[in-house]
Design a protein around this ligand. Structure first.
Ligand SMILES: [Zn+2]
Length: 154
């Protein structure tokens, strides 16, 4: 079940998706049609299944055809996975920022940091070491850079 938090400012509609995207999600119903620009915040989407992916692409393609400017923010790891798998997943939209998984080498805790796509690109598809909030140890990117950041070189 997905909840949506919407905010309209001028011609920009911002929507925050909260929850897993599965069979029951009808984007037409929960977001509806919009003109101008749509900003989609995806940090709180823990998973999306294959039916959810179909519904997602169908909905955002309709907006793409209607010339809505799409921008995706704070894409969760589940969303980044789909962006890498399906070249058309963002339907002509822009990926502004993504969630990057980290793990601490010392206490093993895992966390997410948000980076701008342009920032990761400018660092050569890499992200810096971060300080662990729990133990102040060194936390490093916890995935395979060529795969996770692969979409940036498309
Ligand atoms: Zn730690």
């Amino acid at each position: 079940m997905v909840n949506i938090i919407k905010e309209q400012k001028g011609n920009v509609l911002s929507v925050r998706l909260v929850g897993s995207i599965e069979e029951t999600v009808s984007f037409d119903q929960i977001i509806g049609q919009t003109g101008g620009e749509l900003h989609v915040y995806c940090k709180e989407v823990p998973r999306i299944n294959s039916v959810g992916v179909k519904g997602w692409i169908k909905y955002f393609q309709t907006l793409q055809q209607a010339n809505v400017r799409l921008t995706f923010f704070e894409c969760s790891t589940a969303i980044v996975e789909q962006i890498n798998l399906i070249s058309n997943f963002v339907c002509g939209g822009t990926v502004e920022s993504i969630c990057v998984p980290y793990s601490c080498g010392q206490c093993k805790s895992e966390f997410i940091a948000v980076f701008k796509a342009a920032e990761i690109k400018s660092m050569g598809q890499m992200v810096p070491e971060l300080k662990c909030a729990k133990c102040s140890g060194k936390a490093v990117f916890d995935d395979i850079a060529e795969e996770y950041f692969g979409f940036l070189s498309r």
